[in-house]
Design a protein around this ligand. Structure first.
Ligand code: C2O
Ligand code: CU
Length: 488
């Protein structure tokens, strides 16, 4: 890479070199928002937990902008460790993407970095630390770019971010996952997750077909047993209660900000309308249960019952009974306690809904310039995860500006992987051989043994992260990059 003079200047401002960037934009200084990474104490099960938080000086959690706004942010690191934030789902210039050592150095304690770019695309996005395992300790917050249409509608909006919580430090969780395990203790998933993909990987694909042996391995749903799930930092022992009007529409902006948990969200039995996924509009779909993989977002329109009933919005961990949520309450309505454990475990998060989603504005049809095979690999016993690009572990995906690119993500393992590409929105165009004009996303779940193809136009030159958003899978190697040839 041959950084140009311009990118060096940008890099210096990002590294918090001083007030240079600020004075250059003083005409818009009033629009600049300050975000702080800092410590705070939350209460879980009546006990205090010191965790990270991202808020504005006003105390507001995260950031809400409107369509057409600049993302004009000074990010201050008030922690005593290196940190930073990635703007998940926004497509900024690559130097401002917040991935330490890839887009820019991390921010030192007491320093800041400045960001300024058009806040696009619109919709429900989020922000989180991309440094080490900090995301597990709640270094994350909502980042909403409200659509003009949503603003004009006057419809009430409620933002809910779901997270997973452990009393243990993430480094200890990870160390435990990495401990060598006796094969038998790993359960049924073992034999097949142990398969390294070979060039003849079709054999293992074939095994996932109809002729499964009786002792077929079951997918592994969760690596980590969490002590709590949080919705806006709270458990169901003391959930956040939003006052809403009986009979009114409420637009829920739901964010799965968990490090390692997929959820299924329910709305007290009500049918809701799914409007967007990962912030991007789809042909609306009605549903009563919404699968939400790690890092994904969904906007749903919910109509409050006319009879003044409170409505719980509850996310249950995939394969778990543990759940969390918030309450929508019309004035004065009684609020029933929602149990911290549901009656039955939430089902496995599958691709059934994904297959039925249609982008409201699909990619223009044109020939594909490049199809990139991406195998998702793993060795569960050793807890090593990987991505092999064109059959080579850790090779970057290389693209050229202007290309239509397809990524063929083939999951050779028995765990699902929420795959996230930075800097671009992609369209889901094929699931297990079935061609669709699917949703635009930035994170798509690739379930065990399935193959998901996504397409995008390469229009944002730079070096980008491309990885599994399960924090521990990423830390254990399921991380690659995408590089534009010849950019400067
Ligand atoms: Cu949500 Cu690489 O990030
Ligand atoms: Cu993964």
């Amino acid at each position: 890479m041959n950084p140009s003079r311009r990118s060096l200047v940008v890099g210096a401002a990002l590294a918090g070199a001083g007030g240079l960037a600020l004075s250059a934009h003083s005409a818009r200084a009033a629009d600049r928002k300050v975000l702080r990474l800092h410590y705070r104490t939350i209460e879980v099960d009546g006990k205090p937990a010191k965790r990270y938080r991202v808020s504005q000086p006003s105390g507001e959690w995260g950031l809400t902008l409107e369509q057409g706004d600049m993302f004009d942010v000074r990010l201050e690191n008030n922690l005593d460790v290196l940190s930073g934030l990635h703007w998940h789902g926004l497509n900024p210039p690559w130097r401002q993407d917040g991935v330490p050592y890839l887009s820019a150095p991390p921010i030192a304690p007491g320093k800041f970095a400045d960001y300024r770019f058009p806040a696009q695309p619109t919709g429900t996005r989020w922000m989180h630390s991309h440094f080490g395992l900090q995301e597990q300790n709640l270094a994350a917050a909502p980042l909403i770019v409200r659509e003009t249409e949503a603003v004009r509608s006057g419809i009430r909006e409620v933002v809910v971010m779901f997270e997973d919580f452990s009393w243990r430090q993430p480094e200890a969780i990870f160390a435990d996952l990495r401990k060598p395990k006796p094969a038998m203790a790993m359960g049924g998933g073992m034999q097949m997750t142990g398969n390294k993909p070979t060039t003849g990987g079709r054999t293992s694909m074939a095994r996932s077909g109809g002729a499964m042996p009786a002792a077929a391995p079951k997918p592994d749903l969760n690596d980590v047993t969490y002590d709590a799930y949080l919705a806006n930092d709270r458990t169901l022992a003391d959930p956040e209660i939003f006052e809403v009007d009986a009979g009114a529409d409420v637009r829920l902006r739901l964010i799965n900000g968990a490090a390692s948990s997929n959820f299924v969200v329910e709305f007290g039995g009500l049918e809701v309308t799914l409007l967007t996924v990962d912030g991007n509009p789809i042909v609306p779909v009605k549903l009563t249960a919404l699968p939400l993989a790690i890092a994904q977002r969904a906007d749903v329109m919910l109509r409050m019952p006319a009879d003044k009933r409170a409505v719980p919005v509850v996310a249950r961990g995939e394969g778990r009974t543990l759940q969390t949520g918030v309450i929508l309450r019309p004035g004065g309505a009684a609020v029933e306690k929602v149990a911290i454990n549901g009656a039955t475990p939430a089902p496995e998060v599958s691709l059934a809904l994904e297959k039925s989603l249609r982008a409201s504005q699909p990619l223009a049809s044109r020939p594909v310039d490049q199809t990139v095979p991406v195998d998702l690999t793993g060795n569960m016993a050793a807890y090593i995860w990987g991505m092999s690009i064109h059959g080579v572990e850790a090779l970057p995906v290389t693209v050229e500006k202007g290309q239509r690119v397809e990524l063929t993500m083939r999951n050779t393992t028995m765990m699902s992987h929420p795959m996230h590409l930075h800097g671009h929105s992609f369209q889901v165009v094929e699931i297990d051989g079935q061609r669709i004009a699917g949703a635009f996303r930035d994170t798509v779940l690739v379930t065990p043994r399935s193959t998901v193809k996504v397409a995008f136009d390469a229009d944002n030159p730079g070096m980008w992260a491309f990885h599994c958003h399960n924090l521990y899978h990423m830390e254990a190697g399921m991380f690659a990059t995408m590089v534009y040839r010849g950019f400067s």
